[in-house]
Design a protein around this ligand. Structure first.
Ligand code: CAA
Ligand code: FAD
Length: 379
């Protein structure tokens, strides 16, 4: 067993840390307040190779391992989870899905601009009536010979209005249930494709969340990913890796809040001494540090299993459920350690607390992660 990072992994972590401090931190409060998508910052992240971190250089990616991805996601999420969710979706749901399961033509046409950051992608599984219960897709993709006719609504789509390439999951053969579902690549501007209004959210307010409406959208047959009926398996396999991204996002939100609380506890004086000398505060910090370390190890283990080509779905689910619950606990305590100052925006911890909540909901709620873990340990 080796707990040391390679030189390259450490360099990537440092680059992400520098980017977060220098490019994401200025303006993060304002973007949160006004629900402003971090467009310029995402463009720069693309230029630095963070949007196609694990994609092969052959397709414009950076060819890094999943461990590096966890390290980068943690650093970016310490400062701006609205930006890091773009990195997570583009890398692990869109680029990964296309590289692993797409045809050579799909990779050249769609993966290359996504991996280089020239374009952004979106992954569209959830619907008004199908979130956790993802097999009950109401969006239909009727087989018309040379194309599919796509009809339906997708809900809560991250990058909904900023993406150019959308992977849309839809039902083709309802009688076959989940075995009749397909994954289709839909392009921005295809006739019949409309983007709904932006959601007004509790957290990750800079992220661009929209519903999408499809009315008789003609999607060419060559835009189907995998064999007919592969769409649900595609979504599940892709989400296994996505959950490592969101677990690392949760880890970053927790460690960002912890670092702020640790620093503040040394600066704030009450009763003639820094609050870090009060045992009640020390115990909070000790618990925060311990839980964050455990979450980090779970994220790294899931990433390591993926890099080794071993099964990693349940490890990713464990990392996600644990890290997201740690993110909630730690951010609440970070606000508490800041006292009244924690309740106002300029100290950052209230935003991290609001951002933490989504990590327990998207890419499978905590309850769904427990179902995935329980099925694995009981089988
Ligand atoms: N890999 C491969 N195949 C898988 C799989 C996996 N990880 N998980 C399930 N499957 C297969 C099963 O083997 C089964 O196939 P067979 O019938 O051929 O054996 C099929 O999928 C159906 O599986 P289940 O019988 O387990 O289906 P279920 O309905 O009982 O439960 C579920 C499935 C795990 C609850 C699934 O619906 C699920 O993960 N729900 C959560 C959805 C989700 O995570 N949405 C995230 C949307 S994206 C997002 O949120 C992005 C963002 O915010 C940024
Ligand atoms: P439901 O499935 O209705 O669940 C409601 C509650 O019931 C939850 O607590 C859930 O855990 C619980 N529950 C449901 N079934 C069970 C069960 N069997 N056992 C125990 N408890 C259960 N989706 C995408 O496809 N792409 C995206 O890019 C995307 N981005 C998102 C961004 C944001 C900001 C948000 C809020 C959501 C996003 N989602 C996205 C959707 C997200 O994945 C779903 O909201 C999530 O999967 C839960 O689905 P739901 O909201 O329909 O809740």
């Amino acid at each position: 067993m080796n707990f040391e990072f390679t030189e390259e992994q450490l360099m990537i972590r440092q680059a992400a840390r520098d980017f977060a401090q220098n490019e994401l931190k200025p303006g993060v409060i304002e973007r949160d307040e006004h629900q402003k998508f971090p467009a310029e910052q995402i463009k720069k992240l693309g230029e630095l190779g963070f949007l196609g971190m694990m994609a092969s250089p052959e397709y414009g990616g950076s060819g890094m391992d999943t461990i590096s991805y966890v390290l980068a996601m943690e650093e970016l999420s310490k400062v701006d989870a609205s930006a890091s969710v773009v990195v997570s979706v583009n890398n692990s749901l869109v680029c990964y899905g296309l590289e692993k399961f797409g045809t050579e033509e799909q990779k050249q046409k769609y993966l290359v601009p996504l991996a280089t950051g020239e374009k952004i992608g979106a992954f569209c599984l959830s619907e008004p009536e199908a979130g956790s219960d993802a097999t009950s897709q109401h969006t239909t993709a009727i087989d018309m010979g040379d194309h599919y006719l796509l009809n339906g609504t997708k809900n809560w789509i991250t990058n909904g209005n900023s993406a150019s390439t959308y992977i849309v999951i839809a039902q083709t053969h309802p009688e076959l249930k989940h075995k009749g579902i397909n994954a289709l690549i839909v392009e921005e501007g295809m006739p019949g494709f409309e983007v709904g209004p932006k959601e007004n959210k509790l957290g990750i307010r800079g992220s661009d969340t929209h519903s999408l409406m499809f009315t008789d959208v003609k999607v060419p047959k060559e835009n189907r990913i995998g064999e007919d009926g592969f769409g649900f398996t595609f979504a599940m396999k892709t989400l296994d890796g996505g959950r490592i991204g969101i677990a690392s996002q949760a880890l970053g939100i927790a460690s960002g809040a912890y670092e702020l609380a640790l620093q503040y506890s040394k600066e704030r004086t009450t009763f003639g001494k820094p609050i870090s000398s009060h045992q009640a505060i020390q115990f909070k910090l000790a618990d925060m540090a311990t839980e964050i370390e455990a979450a980090r190890l779970l994220c790294l283990r899931a990433a390591w299993l993926k890099d080794q080509g071993q099964p990693y779905g349940h490890a990713a689910a464990m990392a996600k459920v644990y890290a997201s619950e740690v993110a909630m606990r730690v951010t609440v305590e970070a606000v508490q350690i800041h006292g009244g100052y924690g309740f106002v925006k300029e100290y950052h911890v209230e935003r991290l607390m609001r951002d933490a909540k989504i990590t327990q909901i998207y890419e499978g709620t905590s309850e769904i992660q427990r179902i995935v873990i329980a099925r694995e340990i009981l089988k």
